[in-house]
Ligand binder design. Structure first.
Ligand code: IMP
Length: 198
């Protein structure tokens, strides 16, 4: 069976990618399962660049096909911040309660469409022959006036999706995967893998 490494140490992401790719007949290994440890500096200027840096680094180390992702929250009223710096916004160790409260505070006085935002996810693939592909998925929403919901992680409690009349922290994992930036990007990359690897 073909092997693909997914360059993450996040077990939630591994579960999601395995669910989506399970019918491909490809074995997906985490970095740990592949026995790889790497400290990768994500110094790209875009989600695409950062995802490619991760995929390329592990491909060069292993010679295997490698997938990697990069994701974040873009708030239009904040010039698309925190964007690629979403994990590092206000410091990596700052709680999301504080990060979320800060974003709500910075949008005070804004209503409706002025609060538009999106989650972005880019999945990159780096193949042993040196070729590379990226696929982007997004979900459009608005920054809520207050946090709501216990599911998900990160900025989910303040990301309100008008279509579902709730935040992504109020969706079940299955509901979120069906509509999320990461689910969309992974399903698009699945088609690339189907054509390239199998
Ligand atoms: P990374 O792609 O693992 O580097 O994560 C980027 C950061 O973006 C996360 O740490 C979260 O702050 C944010 N983020 C990305 N996707 C989501 C999501 O689905 N829900 C909430 N926050 C997210």
């Amino acid at each position: 069976m073909e092997k693909i490494i997914f360059a993450t140490s996040n077990s939630g992401k591994m579960r999601e990618i395995r669910e989506i790719m399970q019918d491909l007949g490809v074995e997906i290994l985490s970095m740990k399962e592949a026995g790889i440890e790497a400290d990768i500096v994500e110094d790209g200027k875009t989600f695409e660049e950062n995802a490619l840096i991760k995929a390329r680094t592990i491909r060069d180390l292993t010679g295997c096909p490698v997938l990697a992702d990069d994701s974040g929250l873009e708030v239009d009223a904040l010039d698309k911040a925190p964007g690629i710096y979403s994990a590092r916004y206000m410091g990596e160790d700052t709680s999301y309660d504080l990060k979320n409260a800060s974003i709500i505070e910075r949008l005070s006085g804004l209503e409706g469409e002025q609060r538009s935002a999106r989650f972005v996810c880019v999945i990159a693939a780096a193949f042993p022959d040196g070729t590379e592909e990226t696929r982007r998925g997004t979900i459009e929403g608005r920054i809520a006036h207050e946090s709501a919901g216990e599911n998900g992680f990160g900025y989910d409690p303040i990301f309100y999706v008008p279509e579902y009349e709730c935040t992504t922290a109020q969706l079940s994992a299955e509901q979120k995967n069906a509509v999320s930036h990461r689910g969309k990007a992974l399903r698009a990359m699945k088609e690339v893998i189907r054509q390239r690897v199998i």
